[in-house]
Write a protein that binds this ligand. Structure first.
Ligand code: SF4
Length: 386
């Protein structure tokens, strides 16, 4: 029984929808949340037989906002997990929470039940930026939540921060980052805002940006230079504070990298449960239905699956490149050869040569990795491996 597996549980509920969000999340009443929790438990029970030979290394309650569920919901799901799955004694068990939806009591219960990592959606410490993003919390809520989490015994906390917000400049981004650093979380995810189609932000900013490109209007979004400044200055501040960057957008104190997320970048096996949750096990990939009614009313777990496919070796090799290069250590070419039967050089020799020459990739011992400049142009580099 030694096949490693990670589990993802999707909680699709939020107090209200943020203006930039295209995740599978929405508000719902208590009755729906309870029905959903029961259904998720049923899905876990019915799926357990398929993973009997697996050892669970990590669990991630993501969303949405898992913390909008009543305080007993996650402990109840943890009970089901313990009963039906073989959880490692030292499994990393994370839950996402948003300031404004947690109390020390709820967090204490979570902690007692074995949840040992908390991920707080902070995004900014400037109230005007939080209001613009449509977040429900304000600066003071983050401090309160962080204190409550420490009070409840959480010794492994991630804080999410966003840059490249409309109207944001480097100084305002660094204000938020410095404030978060003072709290000394074990992990910081520092993402740039991406304007996704179908969101209110897309209507507001993408169209305005198109007009700017035509010279008709000033952009509301930071320009490339300002974005780069935020990235570089942010990186410098994080490093000076003792955080090491281990992935394009992720920084951690020693031994505090997110084990669950590493599984995605290293192409380990993961099983997703809940609405729209994705799984990839033994090179087979699928997603659960994204329709709530269908999810709640479908009995057999196999019937929830959509877009199920077996990955070809070419797809797996290609995916291993563009996911693996997200890690700052890069790809161990020797290990790659052992797993995929071929060196990356044999498949993409020309592209790798070009990227090395342009200073976007570099080799260190057996590893091929992005350079710092390559990180800025990661999409361009990755495109060569698709
Ligand atoms: S809290 Fe997160 S998941 Fe929920 S609407 Fe806002 S960005 Fe989306």
């Amino acid at each position: 029984m030694d096949k490693a597996l990670s589990l993802y549980l999707h909680i699709p509920f939020c107090v209200r929808k943020c203006a930039y969000c295209d995740f599978l999340s929405f508000p719902a009443d208590d009755a729906v949340k309870e029905r959903y929790t029961d259904k998720l438990a049923e899905e876990l029970r019915l799926s357990a037989a398929s993973y009997r030979e697996c050892r669970v290394r990590s669990v991630f309650f993501g969303g949405g906002t898992p913390s909008v569920l009543k305080e007993g919901a996650l402990p109840f799901l943890m009970g089901v997990l313990r009963e039906y799955y073989d959880l490692d004694d030292d499994a990393e068990i994370s839950a996402e929470a948003n300031p404004g939806t947690i109390t020390e009591e709820k967090l204490r219960l979570w902690r007692q039940t074995g949840i040992n990592r908390l991920s707080l959606g902070c995004q900014s410490l400037k109230d005007e930026e939080l209001a613009l993003l449509g977040r429900i919390h304000r600066n003071a809520d983050l401090y309160r939540s962080f204190e409550a989490a420490r009070g409840a015994g959480f010794e492994n906390i991630n804080v999410d921060l966003m840059s490249a917000l409309p109207g944001q400049d480097c100084a305002s981004y660094l204000f938020s980052l410095s404030g978060v650093l003072k709290l000394r979380p074990e992990h910081i995810s520092a993402y740039s805002l991406i304007i996704e189609e179908g969101t209110p932000f897309y209507e507001r900013y993408h169209k305005a940006d198109e007009k700017r490109l035509r010279g008709e209007e000033q952009s509301l979004l930071p320009d490339e230079e300002a974005e780069r400044d935020m990235l570089y200055e942010g990186r410098r501040l994080l490093r000076d504070a003792g955080y090491h960057q281990y992935e394009l957008s992720n920084y951690a104190l020693e031994d505090r990298e997110c084990r669950h997320n590493r599984v995605y970048w290293e192409r380990g096996d993961y099983a997703g449960f809940g609405l729209g949750a994705a799984s990839c096990v033994d090179e087979r990939r699928w997603k659960n239905t994204s329709e709530l009614k269908e999810y709640l009313e479908t009995g057999a777990v196999e019937k929830l699956r959509r877009e199920e496919e077996a990955l070809s070796i070419d797809e797996a090799r290609s995916e291993a490149m563009f996911l693996g290069l997200r890690l700052t250590e890069g790809i161990d070419e020797k290990a790659y050869r052992e797993r995929y039967g071929i060196f990356p050089e044999e498949l993409w020799g020309e592209w790798i040569g070009k990227m090395l020459k342009e200073g976007l990739l570099e080799r260190k011992e057996t590893f091929l990795r992005l350079t710092e400049r390559g990180q800025d142009l990661a999409n361009h580099v990755m495109a060569g491996f698709v």
